[in-house]
Design a protein around this ligand. Structure first.
Ligand code: ADP
Ligand code: MG
Length: 291
């Protein structure tokens, strides 16, 4: 590759809203065979809303929602915003919160007033010794619709199952089709519920799904997927930074966190996911031109 063609390619990229931070990434992108993408905030908008709340016998809606929302008001997770907004939209008053703690990949817990509140994934409830069996069928039905089921425990008793739904970005289906049209394999890597992830992957025609992984698990997933060929990873979150660094080419969604942008080789200035196949096509064209 001549320095001039790299300069021209980099300039074309900038016009398309694709920022190549190093000339080598323009070259490396040409050889990519596998594109792995984070789900929340990358394939989806990253702005979920609360869609369902079913109570266990003996619990009452406004009390449960207020307690859970009060705790979630301390969290920065997109799920937390969905729940807090729903409670505020219903005009609920949130009790004061103390002893807040976030459990990575599981959920959050705190005292809301005098009540102990835990909210998170099924595996969080299992870790607390709670039986989620009574909600199992409902949880599966919610997940099969691409919603994320969550459980709330109050004072050590299972109180409710909730679900949040995060819309797929309008540009995502077209981007996946374009990547497939270029003969690439497409994978999803997410900390979200496996059944939810599979439902969304099926809707989008994604080839491989790795779900319920912690940030460190994303790195291991990237290492495994690299066996299929040179790999590009696309992500937006703090927890995507190690995976972005591990990939042959890391692409950060420009609307994401600074930590992800710093770890990436390429920055997609708009959230539009069609920038990914566009960037790969540009790298192929650039490398072809220089013969
Ligand atoms: P991702 O960013 O891919 O969703 P995370 O590790 O942040 O991955 O979250 C994984 C799972 O942990 C979520 O799907 C949810 O079940 C649970 N979780 C994390 N944070 C919260 C929270 N603030 N409230 C409820 N559940 C949470
Ligand atoms: Mg994300």
């Amino acid at each position: 590759a001549t320095p001039t063609s790299i300069m021209v390619g980099t300039g074309r990229g900038a016009e398309m809203g694709v920022l190549f931070r190093r000339g080598e990434s323009l070259q490396a992108l040409r050889d990519v065979r596998v594109v792995a993408l984070d789900k929340t905030g990358t394939l989806t908008e990253g702005r979920p809303s609360l869609t369902d709340l079913h109570l266990a016998p003996g619990f009452e809606r406004s009390g449960v929602l207020a307690a859970v929302a009060a705790v979630e008001a301390q969290s920065e997770h997109p799920i937390a915003r969905a729940i807090t907004q729903a409670a505020l939209a219903e005009g609920l008053t949130l009790p004061p919160v103390t002893a807040f703690a976030s459990r990575t990949g599981l959920g959050v817990e705190a005292m809301a007033g005098v009540m102990r509140v835990q909210i998170g994934a099924d595996r969080f409830m299992v870790a607390l010794g709670l039986d989620v069996g009574p909600f199992a069928e409902l949880a599966q039905a919610l997940a099969d619709k691409g919603k994320t089921p969550l459980y709330a425990a109050l004072d050590g008793r299972l109180a409710a199952i909730l679900a949040v739904s995060d819309p797929i970005k309008p540009s995502t289906p077209q981007a996946i089709r374009a990547l497939h049209g270029m003969g690439l394999r497409v994978a999803m890597v997410t900390g979200d519920n496996a059944r939810t992830a599979r439902a969304i992957a099926a809707e989008l025609g994604i080839d491989e799904v790795v779900a319920e992984v912690l940030p460190e698990g994303k790195v291991q997933a990237i290492r495994r997927l690299k066996a299929l060929g040179p790999l590009a990873y696309v992500g937006d979150g703090i927890n995507d930074a190690p995976a972005l660094a591990e990939a042959d080419v890391g692409l950060a969604v420009g609307t994401g966190t600074d930590v992800a942008i710093e770890a990436a080789d390429v920055v997609l200035m708009t959230g539009r996911l069609t920038a990914v196949p566009d960037a790969i096509a540009l790298s192929q064209a650039t490398m072809r031109n220089i013969g």
